[in-house]
Design a protein around this ligand. Sequence first.
Ligand SMILES: Cc1ncc(COP(=O)(O)O)c(C=O)c1O
Length: 341
Amino acid sequence: MEKKNIDWGNIGFGYRQTDYRYVSMYRNGAWDEGGLTTDDTVTLSECACVLQYAQTCFEGLKAYTTEDGHIVTFRPDLNAERMENSAKGLEMPPFPRDRFVDAVCEVVAANAAYVPPYGSGASLYIRPYMFGFDAVIGVKPASEYQFRIFTTPVGPYFKGGAKPITIRVSDFDRAAPHGTGCIKAGLNYAMSLHPIMEAHRQGFDENVYLDPATRTKIEETGGANMIFITKDNKLVTPKSDSILPSITRRSILQVARDYLGMETEEREVYLEEVPEFVECGLCGTAAVISPVGKIVDHGREICFASGMNEMGKVTKKLYDTLTGIQMGHIKAPEGWIKVIK
Ligand SMILES: Cc1ncc(COP(=O)(O)O)c(C=O)c1O
């Protein structure tokens, strides 16, 4: 199969159509058999539930080429499980988990020409999503739904090395105390648009949100969970009911324990204790780990010992081990790598 003629190292993170997408409809209480289509448009009622009441959730994962030439993806079963939870939280019928994984494989295989080659640092981003399809005007769930998966090639997250970023403590909340923070609902991202633009306007790379009930504990950023490293080499990560359960963060915890012999703690992390940590990182599918050099809390600068030039030593070890597992250089735990082709 011939790859598309794309400058893989310079494509950035933007939407670019590929040849096929997967579509399934839920009608009369059941999902149809679904399948691939070349039609990249969606036509729906002006009064569709998704347009009026934001009844939509999504997932994000990547396919990439390993050193031995296979196209693989990383733990798609966990995306399937998380999307099931998101759907339930929005009163949508979950798309069956095994069908989710099969559909991911089918759409990636069909777009194999867009999966960047090994060594390019680029990948094929996979976006499963579903939305309330039919018209509702009174506030209630739709009765028809569409589940879709499109793919789009994306460039390397770090071009020219992973430079530490500066994030600010946000005055906005990303989630309510007993709300939708733990699911991947579109509405969580709509509300983050104003805070992130404000952060950028003020020269920050990202927002770190505090727990909405007491505003004393670290939650996560708009698109990633957080990890901290203590002076004595322990990995600490915030535990909260209102953050998204990151698949990358859960994988890093296991890598830290089983591959690097580190102690790990998943617990409440107070803003006031953050200056005691020596390294900090954001973790998510996009970057795996993005190093944080500085957190700014209303003018107070919290600078990590790892500095503003490079990833901290421990963070780097975690990053190298997890990406080594993903790329096939290091033996993966059972079930982590799903070979597509
Ligand atoms: C709010 C939020 N937190 C965390 C993550 C990281 O999750 P994952 O590691 O599963 O990509 C994401 C990205 O999906 C996110 O949007």
